[in-house]
Design a protein around this ligand. Structure first.
Ligand code: ZN
Length: 387
């Protein structure tokens, strides 16, 4: 537990069903914006909410344009091209992101690029040097918690690598949390993104940078997500469960902003870069095995996690802690998330390179409650091959 800590988040958050309809009013009242760019994804453009939003913006004399050119897990080139086509010289007052983590992360970067003082490469090298345009972030998945984090992930295709740019300048002026926007999320995406959010919460809670503020958000995220993820996977129509996942995902983002993620994320990145395993699936597969290795260092914390997950107290703390690891495996099974790296083409001979790549993600590995060396990391990957 850290003895000194800090917490920072979005300037303003409005939350609840149908709050998305207040976007135009909030743009006027909070952002004082009259010309805005909307960055979103194709699945959003066909929704009735998007039509209503366009009418609302026009009725409120807000000029706008929109783009769907940001790809999932965007490359630097994809973000730069989007900047050239839709942002440079357009004099927008603000940029609005409506989508999953990829869209929201890209908006953070586009807003800073608007200054024309820094390229993305320079942001990677020297950090972000200035605050860009105001941003409004509206998540349509319950996963990354990107709407409240200072992180933006970009892909460098030549190196098959995903890298994070982290800056408080990336925090948005306004967040709208509306579970109605997540009602039609396909079940596989609900499962994978939900387990990513769960991983954020659990890793923040056991991080060596965990603190009273992050713990509060992390445990509440664990409680909400573990309660609602399977019911939502089976039937996505409950607004109450959808809200639990969306709030849980935002709390996970708040927790990780203060405490950081750890070994699960460090080991997941090489699987995404080299084998294109989606982030949520990679995390979900790794989570029980990393927690198993960590268990003796975090027994008391896992007892608290068991309570948040509504698991019974067993004969001793060790048994209760083990039940958390078993319950995570059960959750992953119920969500039909693969448990086996071989189905993604990972072979024994790939493990060494994967472990070396994960070992280099020191920023996250250093948060892990138990230091891991390369052979220990290899063993974790191997468990996912031997199943
Ligand atoms: Zn994540």
């Amino acid at each position: 537990m850290q003895t000194q800590y800090q917490f920072q988040t979005a300037d303003k958050i409005i939350a609840g069903a149908y709050r998305f309809e207040q976007l135009a009013v909030e743009l006027q009242k909070t952002i004082h914006a009259h010309r805005v760019l909307i960055v979103t994804q194709p699945s959003m453009v066909n929704k009735s909410q998007f039509e209503t939003m366009k009418h609302n913006l026009s009725d409120n004399q807000i000029e706008f344009d929109f783009t769907v050119s940001i790809q999932p897990e965007p490359t630097i080139a994809n973000i730069e091209n989007t900047f050239e086509e839709t942002v440079r010289g357009k004099n927008w007052d603000a940029i609005i992101g409506i989508g999953g983590g990829s869209v929201l992360d890209a908006v953070k970067i586009l807003a800073v690029l608007n200054d024309e003082s820094q390229s993305i490469e320079e942001m990677l090298e020297n950090g972000v040097q200035s605050k860009g345009l105001p941003t409004i972030l509206i998540p349509t998945t319950s996963g990354t918690g990107s709407e409240v984090t200072p992180n933006a992930i970009v892909t460098i295709p030549d190196q098959q690598l995903k890298v994070g740019i982290v800056s408080p300048y990336f925090l948005p002026e306004l967040v709208i949390i509306d579970p109605v926007l997540t009602l039609t999320l396909p079940k596989e995406i609900t499962a994978a993104t939900g387990m990513d959010a769960f991983t954020h919460a659990l890793e923040s809670y056991i991080s060596i940078k965990a603190n009273p503020i992050s713990d509060m958000f992390a445990l509440e995220a664990i409680r909400r997500i573990s309660k609602s993820i399977v019911p939502t996977y089976l039937d996505g129509s409950s607004l109450e469960d959808r809200e639990n996942l969306l709030i849980g995902s935002m709390y996970g983002g708040m927790a990780l902003t203060s405490a950081g993620t750890a070994a699960v994320h460090a080991l997941a990145y090489p699987l995404g870069g080299t084998f294109h395993i989606t982030h949520g699936v990679a995390n979900s597969m790794l989570l029980p095995h990393v927690m198993d290795v960590n268990q003796e260092a975090i027994t008391t914390k896992l007892v608290n996690v068991a309570e948040a997950m509504n698991l019974p107290k067993l004969q001793n703390d060790e048994a209760t802690a083990s039940s958390v690891v078993e319950e995570i495996k059960r959750l992953t099974n119920k969500l039909h998330i693969p448990q086996d790296l071989q189905s993604f083409g990972v072979k024994e001979q790939d493990i060494k390179a994967l472990a070396e790549a994960a070992f280099n993600v020191k920023r996250l590995l250093n948060n892990n409650p138990k230091p891991l060396n390369i052979p220990e990391i290899e063993n974790i990957y191997r468990k996912l091959i031997e199943v």
